[in-house]
Design a protein around this ligand. Sequence first.
Ligand code: NA7
Length: 537
Amino acid sequence: GAQHGTQPLDVVIVGAGWSGMMSLVRMREQGRSAMVLEAAPEVGGTWYWNRYPGLRCDIESTQYCYSFDDKLVDEWNWSERFPTQAELLEYAKHVADRHELRRDIEFNTRVASMTFDEARDLWTLTAEDGRRWSARHVIMATGPLSTPKPLDIAGTEDFQGQLLSTTDWPHEPVDFTGKRVAVIGTGSSGIQVSTELAKSAAKLFVCQRTPSLSLPAFNRPLSDADRSKAKQDFAEHRERARDSIDGLGLATSGKSALEVSDEELRADYDAIYESGIPFAYLSHYTDTLFDMDANTKLRDYLGDRISQIVKDPDTAAALVPTSYPAGTRRLCLDTGFYEIFNQDNVALVDLKRNPIDRIVDSGIRLEDGSVVDVDVIVLATGYDALTGALKAINIQGVGGRQLREEWESGPQTYLGLAVHGFPNFYTIVGPQSPSVLSNMFVSIEQHVDWVAALIDDSEAAGFTRVEASARAQQEWVTHARDLGELFLHSKGDSWYVGSNVEGKPRSVLPYLGGVGPYRAKCDEVAAAGYEGFVRTR
Ligand code: NA7
């Protein structure tokens, strides 16, 4: 139950997704008093809110899971190669039950503000409804893709039909039979939801401004044999992922895409295509994400694949991206996405040629004055990634510093885990950490374990204040930025660089130095007595 108003807690954790749930487990193991504050009425984070039809994770189920609890690995049985949202939510609930987490989770509680009390070295957190908690440490487990991007299309209030959003889908099933539907956005969410709605909608308009690159998932049910094999290999596979650059442990040929023959390149690319592991394209050759010529080979290859599927040549051409290097936007995984454009009930609306003017009563008006008349509009317009959830809370650190202001020209962190001026405050999967480029579970477990060890070490030594130094932070920010500039990500627009949100400062948000090297750096910092942190009593 709630402990607000009385004794300060050792730790408050904000968010009950994968990061928050594991943080609670670790804090309990240390014998600390801890509460989780969660906006939703249930655990699961993104897999609670995102429930649109067609939603699946793009990492294999047998890898997209916790490793910290052997018995959990052993007893949980995934049904399909790529898990549906429903199954992921079941898994999250199962973890909550198994570890009896709910008694320390305050649901339906959205944190509005947080203030650091410098006299007592305590945080006070205030929920939207005014309830308060205070704690020594705060673990921000608020998610990297949890705050929808503010809608930048005018006129939604005029629309007479049904307006839906992939980020907050209704709980009751929606029937699209006989309806004319427009989906705005063609990132992972737009691709998945369009593929599903194309099955029942009378007419589906896929409104695309920037095309993604998507690959077939080759999803299938898992057999008992698949599951036992995955369990057998799990520990070894996870170990490899932890030390790998991509956080997935995918193989690299060690070669440049420019040094191999066209035949070899094609054979390698075909094999990856058939594997249903899109991220292997980014690891296979060493220069895909650094060298434009190497990158163009991949883009051309994937572009050819699209043209082979989509029969209408104009539509096929419009579906091939030209404005950014391949892989610098997240590659998508689909089950028949490009094929829907061969159906009579599906049309691509190319917003590059004819942008959206505004939404009107009957649908979407384009700049040439034509109107796409529909009964339903589905927004799949993305997130204010990595910084959105943190900036949504009014966070005040030492000397009246506001996190929003400190981050006005881009996030400033030490290791993506701590922020100068905000003591006893830790971000799990925050900006300037490599998490969003990896299997999330690999990064989450590393972050949570590292922060838990820092808290334990500090408490044991009687430190009441743990703060990243200005210098350590500056070095990390500079290092992350310089490294980011070496990658082609910095050349294209995407949520990785913040360019998808109007007014958001452009900066390479994830740490691109690799998951394994990042882990080694964090371990070094810890071994050196948490170098870069100022800890006082
Ligand atoms: P994404 O990948 O950010 O995709 C959002 C899409 O919405 C993208 O195609 C955008 O086009 C489009 N968009 C956004 N605003 C507009 C407006 N105003 N007009 C037209 N089109 C617009 O978000 P997702 O939810 O699909 O995926 C996020 C991550 O979740 C994904 O990478 C996985 O890691 C899981 P634009 O690119 O801005 O031209």
